[in-house]
Design a protein around this ligand. Structure first.
Ligand code: G6P
Length: 368
């Protein structure tokens, strides 16, 4: 049956509203309702205790999901992890270690460069795991193991719900790996799993912030350049925010590690440049806050995405603030992906672009 837009103006708007359900459905595949513990399918056949390194490759938004995954694998599961965009990875042809795991992330499972990266990983003797949204895709077929995102068909060319579903799978995978490697205690695992299971509810609350985000969109729509800043596991969310804005509103945007701003992008800052901060409370909050201070001191319009505690601390320098639900820093990237996508959506609507089918882009890039 053909998929309709329902009461939404665009597929993208409809798909943004599916975030809570998609995250929930994806998590429920991997979390046992009885024990509320993350469990991987028995037949996955990956012994995380004995994996020497994870090598991740993907394209576009899927790559940014993979970068959050890399962060989780290192910080939570203490597995060395690496990652590169597939078009570079395949020609960089890095030597891969014994007992390594190759990890591909893709909505379609058909992206040509990612598929080539997969084949290279196999040649290098890696066990290969794909996270895909299409179960019968080429990547799924050619992998040793597959984990599915339960995002349903995604029609908008710019990825939205598939991204949070990919993050959900990666978070579960990192927790399972952490347990296998005894990298976290039972209490830590319980706390992080509970935080994960709260995300669908918090995601629904984020969607209620639509009006506040729309107000910010009016400001951003006037800009020529926009800087997104984040740190730690939210640095990839800054890059996702910038990519989404470029893709559908055609405004130039860059996602930068907040601490790296002083090594270049700070030269761009003037009152015409919105600086969008992905700044959840957590271990790196104070560091991000001081980077934002530097931007504000140079006249940058600082737009803050944070929780109540963070927003209060940044009150003096923020031109605009969107207050999001407080969550465990572990799951912040999943939650903060939503408002940056919603912002890009509203900016694109204001600019009158073709939101679902932006110029020059394809949903699935099956040629090199
Ligand atoms: C295209 C889409 C992006 C997507 C990327 C990777 O560029 O426009 O939204 O992130 O391909 O696609 P994949 O199907 O591999 O996730």
């Amino acid at each position: 049956a053909a998929i309709g837009k329902g009461n939404f103006r665009h597929f993208m708007e409809k798909e943004l509203h599916e975030h809570p359900a998609v995250i929930g459905d994806t998590l429920h595949r991997m979390v046992s309702p009885a024990t509320r513990a993350v469990g991987l399918p028995e037949d996955l056949g990956i012994d995380f205790a004995n994996i020497s390194r994870i090598t991740m490759s993907a394209c576009g938004s899927a790559f940014y999901a993979g970068l959050v995954g890399r962060w989780w694998f290192e910080a939570v599961a203490r597995i060395p992890a690496d990652g590169d965009v597939a078009s570079e990875f395949r020609y960089r042809a890095p030597p891969l270690p014994r007992d390594g795991l190759g990890l591909l992330v893709s909505q379609s499972g058909e992206t040509a460069d990612t598929l080539a990266a997969l084949r290279y990983m196999r040649e290098q003797g890696q066990r290969v795991l794909s996270i895909v949204n299409v179960a019968e895709s080429s990547m799924a077929r050619e992998s040793d193991a597959v984990l599915e995102t339960v995002a349903g068909p995604e029609i908008g060319v710019a990825s939205t719900k598939a991204f949070t579903a990919q993050l959900s799978v990666l978070a579960c995978l990192a927790l399972a790996a952490a347990r296998a490697r005894k990298a976290i205690s039972a209490a830590q695992e319980a706390r992080m799993t509970a935080a994960l299971l709260e995300v669908p509810g918090r995601a629904a609350e984020v969607l209620e912030k639509d009006e506040a985000i729309q107000a910010i969109a009016h400001r951003v729509a006037k800009a020529r350049d926009v800087l997104f800043l984040g740190r730690g596991n939210c640095f990839p969310i800054a890059m996702e925010g910038a990519l989404k804005l470029k893709e559908i509103s055609y405004i130039h945007a860059e996602g930068y590690a907040a601490g790296e701003m002083k090594h270049g992008p700070i030269a761009l800052i003037d009152p015409a440049v919105p600086v969008i901060a992905i700044a959840p409370s957590g271990p790196l909050f104070e560091k991000t806050a001081s980077n934002l201070q530097e931007a504000a001191a140079r006249g940058g319009q600082v737009i803050v995405f944070s929780d109540e505690a963070g927003a209060a601390k940044l009150k003096g320098i923020a031109a605009e603030t969107v207050v999001l639900p407080a969550v465990d820093p572990f799951v912040a990237p999943i939650l903060y992906a939503i408002p940056v996508q919603v912002l890009a959506y509203h900016v694109a609507v204001l600019k009158g672009t073709d939101v679902d089918q932006p110029r020059n882009l394809a949903k699935s890039v099956t040629v090199e």
